[in-house]
Ligand binder design. Structure first.
Ligand code: EPS
Length: 385
């Protein structure tokens, strides 16, 4: 069984829905566990009015009984509270006066190519689904995967490395992410001086009708070696992971380990030597590879960074063309966020949890958590790690 995730739902429709197929039986899951991550996705200085309306809370529709997965498809629904304010615009039934269409596509969003592709006259038919509201479903599904991972001693965390021109001091880079304290920062950045400057930069952008992007970093610890494969193109874990992170709305770049910096280095400065610990285990004094070699995890912490573009909905809109009249106009102004990099990092965690779980299920079988736990134990014994 392959682990599969899919989602449905429009930003101002009734609900966002996630379906996870292939999740092994016996994984502890509660609504509280999912809601914890949903609440973390709502955090971060720079969010807009929508986050004041929503208190994202999951309903478990199927696949869980008495606090454990039972091996059947898991369906999760998160109601959009805001739907009540959009009942007329988002109605499913025909008839009546049609709502005012959106006809000025925003540069940087799915609007223009979306209406062309789908043959729609109203940009709303595209933007409702292209909205990053969909990431609610990813985070809900990711929380279920996170539970499986933590049963195996694997932890996934994130931090914000930069927002706009403001970057975390590089000295923090060598420190592991403290998942217990990172959410206390208003921008989920461990460097308090940089965090204060990031908040200032977001406030300045808001005052100027602008938006800001940035870079977030993901780390997974306790990852066993050999997830993914060197043998097939679509089995390579780094390729899958990069694709999963790039699929997050607004992400324009992904790097694993030292990423782009490696291109300018010599081989000896790049590769992580293989040494024996005092207790006889194999280890790596460095982790330039970011926990991935030859398309497989190598047992070191996974380190992934993603570049997030500034949100395309601007207070001071860019030039566009009205798709109805053909006249030059300002791009449409939907209510939006000024900066969503801290939230995007939480979505990144969810995608990393999904990809790690998918690779584990592939390697150890997907029927039940007990079989995976036993498989992992035997495997680690066999390789002496
Ligand atoms: C989002 C909800 C959206 C946006 C944001 C993400 O709500 P609304 O459109 O009602 O303000 O705040 O989406 C975007 C900024 C975007 O460009 O897609 C959410 O729940 O995360």
């Amino acid at each position: 069984m392959t682990l599969r995730f899919s989602s449905a739902g429009e930003s101002h429709g009734r609900a966002v829905v996630a379906i996870v197929e292939g999740m092994p039986a016996g994984v502890p899951v509660t609504v509280e566990l999912i809601n914890r991550d949903l609440a973390r996705r709502q955090l971060g200085h720079g969010r807009g009015g929508r986050m004041q309306i929503e208190r994202d809370a999951a309903q478990i529709l199927s696949g869980v009984r008495l606090g454990e997965t039972i091996g059947s498809p898991i369906a999760l629904a998160v109601a959009n509270k805001d739907w009540e304010n959009w009942l007329d615009v988002m109605r499913t039934e025909p008839g009546g006066t049609p709502p005012e269409p959106v006809t000025a596509p925003r540069p940087g969003h799915a609007d223009l190519a979306g209406v062309w592709k789908m043959g729609r006259a109203d940009v709303r038919d595209v933007l409702e689904r292209a909205s990053a509201r969909e990431t609610v479903a990813r985070v809900a599904a990711g929380a279920v995967c996170r539970s499986l991972l933590s049963s195996l001693g694997i932890s996934v965390a994130s931090r914000v490395v930069s927002i706009g021109q403001v970057a975390m001091d590089p000295s923090y880079g060598a420190q592991p992410i403290d998942a217990d304290s990172i959410d206390d920062s208003p921008v989920r950045c461990p460097d308090p001086n940089a965090a204060a400057k990031m908040v200032e930069a977001i406030d300045a952008a808001r005052a100027d009708g602008q938006t800001l992007g940035g870079v977030f970093e993901l780390q997974a610890t306790g990852v066993l070696p050999g997830l993914g494969s060197y043998a097939t193109a679509d089995g390579r874990f780094d390729g899958r992971l990069a694709g999963a992170i790039m699929s997050i709305p607004a992400v324009k770049g992904v790097e694993i380990g030292d990423g782009f910096a490696i291109a300018a280095r010599l081989g000896a400065e790049t590769h992580d030597e293989i040494v024996k610990d005092d207790d006889g285990r194999i280890s790596r004094p460095t982790n330039h590879a970011g926990g991935c070699e030859g398309g497989m995890t190598n047992g070191e912490p996974l380190v992934v960074r993603a570049a997030v573009k500034p949100i395309p909905t601007l207070g001071r809109p860019l030039r566009s063309v009205d798709l109805g009249t053909g006249e030059p106009v300002e791009a449409c102004r939907e209510r939006s966020d000024v900066c969503a990099v801290p939230a995007a990092a939480v979505v990144g965690e969810a995608m990393l949890c999904l990809e790690l779980t998918r690779a584990l299920v592939e390697k150890f079988g997907g029927d039940t958590l007990i079989d995976i736990e036993q498989g992992v134990r035997l495997y680690m014994e066999r390789i002496g790690q």
